[in-house]
Design a binder for this molecule. Structure first.
Ligand SMILES: Cc1ncc(C[n+]2csc(CCOP(=O)(O)OP(=O)(O)O)c2C)c(N)n1
Ligand SMILES: [Mg+2]
Length: 371
């Protein structure tokens, strides 16, 4: 060990960088304001649009799970408890922006013009559901974790290269922030100052891995700071806060201010998917506590207190949503399945010989079984 005195005392070392991560929330669990509210809080139409999206999504979720449980749908990933995150995103994006989703953002997708029938088709194993009739440039649902994040950076790069005032938004979970693709995309976005919003749906669980075991970081938002991007936390169960902070991030990206990361703090009230049984790794009391903070009740109570909404309107909305979901489910159930050989049809412009013979064999077997 050196006995030489240090030239600079440790306490006098220059601090070369300081960072902070802010948390934004406006409503308490009962929907009362805890601080001065942003503009949207006094715009009843805007609030009702958020609320409608959340109620519709929750109704859609319930139907999807019922279809899966009765053998009419494949594995399904619910958005229960996280509706405010996705409604707010749908409300702040413009039609010309591009959504690069993972697999829980039904609220956003529906607001952007994807239909419930298309979503049912997808989870029913029919890829035609991802060939949206509406938002043609939005990306399909992405199940491989975090792989869509660099794609979104690529989309944002194209927008910037063409000088278009558009924004790419990608959404992913707390678990995805441990993946290399996330870091690589965030790094590129920072260096190239891309019009990209990285939205982390921190629902506290990655299947059975709790947030505490996912990362030793105090916040996931600070992972952006390492890439030179601003990162912040928002109460993901507060639709007003989500709208406020996401619109700031999207506006900033659109106006040349570059990328941002928004970490929405929410909670997955459902199983991970219908293939999961969370009771094997999660205590009931934990879920009960989080039901107290769920986003639909909070916004409803706020709107009722402001006299923007009443119980009659609420009942009418619930009924409309149920009817719309039932109609979409019927349209899905009435859709004739694709022929099995269609699985060969979309990967190659010209099918290689080995696959062509397999396709022909399958088509013949199919014909014989139908005869
Ligand atoms: C590359 C890859 N690895 C593993 C999986 C299996 N898998 C599916 S969902 C999931 C957890 C994702 O958790 P998180 O990112 O927090 O999203 P959440 O489902 O909680 O919304 C994992 C590991 C996968 N789909 N893709
Ligand atoms: Mg998660």
């Amino acid at each position: 060990m050196s006995t030489e005195k240090p030239i600079v005392d440790e306490k006098d070392l220059e601090c070369v960088a300081k960072f902070e991560v802010r948390f934004t929330g406006y409503l308490d669990k009962d929907g009362s304001a805890v601080r001065r509210l942003p503009e949207i809080a006094d715009l009843p139409d805007a609030l009702i649009a958020l609320y409608r999206s959340m109620v519709l999504t929750r109704t859609f979720d319930q139907k999807a799970i019922a279809l899966q449980r009765t053998g009419n749908l494949g594995t399904y990933a619910s958005s229960l408890g996280q509706e405010a995150v996705f409604a707010a995103l749908g409300a702040v994006m413009r039609p010309e922006d591009v959504l690069v989703p993972y697999y829980r953002e039904y609220g956003t997708q529906l607001m952007r013009g994807v239909t419930m029938t298309e979503l049912f088709l997808y989870w029913g194993g029919d890829e035609r559901g991802m060939d949206y009739a509406g938002p043609r440039q939005d990306f399909p649902i992405c199940v491989p974790i975090a792989t869509q994040v660099p794609h979104a950076a690529g989309v944002a790069l194209a927008m910037k290269y063409r000088g278009e005032p558009r924004v790419a938004v990608t959404v992913f979970g707390d678990g995805a922030t441990s993946k290399g693709e996330f870091y690589e995309a965030a790094n590129a976005a920072g260096v190239w100052n891309l019009p990209l919003v990285l939205l982390v749906n921190n629902n506290q669980w990655a299947i059975s891995v709790p947030r505490s075991e996912q990362s030793a970081c105090q916040t996931l938002a600070q992972k952006a700071i390492a890439a030179g991007i601003s990162g912040e936390q928002v109460d993901g169960n507060d639709a007003i806060a989500m709208f406020d902070r996401l619109s700031a991030a999207v506006d900033k990206a659109r106006n040349g201010g570059g990328p941002s990361l928004v970490e929405a703090i929410t909670y997955r009230l459902s199983d991970h998917t219908t293939a999961d049984d969370a009771s094997r790794y999660r205590r009931d009391e934990e879920i009960k506590t989080h039901w107290d903070y769920e986003p639909i009740k909070r916004l409803r109570q706020y709107m009722i207190a402001k006299q923007y909404w009443d119980s009659q309107q609420d009942e009418a909305l619930q009924q409309t949503c149920r009817r719309e979901v039932e109609e979409a489910a019927q349209a899905y159930l009435n859709t004739a399945p694709q022929k099995p050989e269609s699985m060969f049809d979309y990967l190659y412009e010209t099918l290689p010989e080995t696959l062509r013979s397999q396709r022909d064999e399958l088509a013949t077997t199919e014909q014989q079984s139908r005869a």
